[in-house]
Design a protein around this ligand. Structure first.
Ligand code: 2RA
Length: 335
């Protein structure tokens, strides 16, 4: 069976990656529609030597569409995705518009695939930093049940889309030639800098990105009591997010057991041999779909059942596009 698929927001970093991943994974497509703004209509996107023409998004764009992959910002998602559902499409949405909606399952295929069947037309793709953290955490949580997490993220500029990638590259080039840097996408210069702000701050001093780790983590793990303290930092790295994670578990779990579980976990590559300088790094995780996990050690600051580890994953692929396509693959298994 083949399917009529539309990508909403096809010209953004995630939308273009979704097109690449659909081709790479040979998703059974009958018709493919690349939907974007009026300004982008007519643009040509070439993937694997195949050329696609971008169409302007209208309410009629979703006629006879089976699956919509949403890669647009929240306002566009809210405007068009309900129309797509009304016309009979099933939507996998990467925006944050519906992630915490009680009627919308929030899915990481390696963590909670069983929740997909709860959908009422829309399935939400979690935030990239949440996906990377939970793919790494899942095997440990299944064995010893996580109760508290302290997470620090080191997030690539691709999280802010094509404009984030361009801004870093342009600032580095400008500085290399002694020129002034332009600051448009991030709050401050990102080249040779770290910015401890992604999104807006709440009354507790936490950013919207930091609260996603708690709120999405609780929903995906079905652990409403999960305690999370997250700090999200923008770093001058192109595509992979890195995360330092401390987890306190209900049950005992030692480092050897954790390594054994991770070595056999879906979507994970164990890279943990510090004495040989082997640990996850963003340059190694870029342009592939596994979450690399390493630096696994007992948390020496407490008597509790706690481990610390470090993980890296490609924010555009597993953090967004690949996760969405994997959800669509699970969907068509059910259709
Ligand atoms: C970021 N996770 O990294 C957010 C949105 N992709 O900017």
């Amino acid at each position: 069976k083949t399917y009529n698929v539309a990508i909403l927001g096809a010209t953004g970093a995630v939308g273009q990656e979704m097109l690449k991943i659909l081709n790479e994974r040979k998703f059974p497509i009958k018709e493919l529609h690349l939907l974007a703004s009026k300004r982008s209509a007519g643009k040509k996107i070439t993937v694997n030597e195949k050329e696609y023409i971008v169409e302007e998004t209208t309410a009629n764009s979703f006629d006879n569409i089976d699956i919509v992959l949403g890669a647009a910002e929240n306002d566009i998602a809210k405007k068009y995705l309900p129309i797509a559902v009304e016309k009979g499409a099933i939507v996998v949405d990467n925006s944050s518009a519906y992630r915490l909606d009680k009627d919308v399952p929030l899915i990481i295929p390696e963590v909670n695939p069983q929740d997909i069947k709860k959908h009422h037309g829309i399935i939400a793709n979690p935030n990239c930093a949440t996906i990377i953290a939970l793919v790494a955490l899942q095997p440990l949580h299944a064995y010893a049940k996580a109760k508290r997490m302290v997470v620090s993220t080191y997030q690539a500029v691709s999280g802010a889309g094509v404009k984030g990638i361009m801004e870093l590259q342009q600032q580095l080039a400008a500085l290399a030639h002694g020129k002034e840097v332009e600051i448009q996408t991030f709050q401050h210069q990102i080249a040779y800098n770290l910015i401890p702000q992604i999104g807006s701050f709440d009354e507790n001093g936490y950013s919207s990105e930091e609260m996603k780790m708690q709120n999405e983590g609780r929903k995906i793990l079905n652990s409403p009591e999960l305690a999370v303290n997250c700090t999200c930092v923008r770093v001058p790295i192109l595509r992979s997010h890195s995360e330092s994670i401390m987890v306190e578990f209900e049950q005992p779990i030692d480092v050897e057991k954790a390594r054994e579980l991770l070595a056999n976990a879906k979507g994970v590559k164990l890279v943990d041999d510090p004495k040989s300088n082997q640990y996850p790094m963003p340059l190694d995780t870029t342009d592939q779909d596994l979450v690399y996990v390493g630096r696994i050690r007992k948390d020496i600051s407490t008597q509790a059942n706690a481990l610390s580890f470090w993980c890296c994953g490609d924010q555009v692929r597993k953090g967004a596009a690949t996760n969405a396509v994997q959800i669509a693959e699970l969907l068509i298994e059910e259709l």
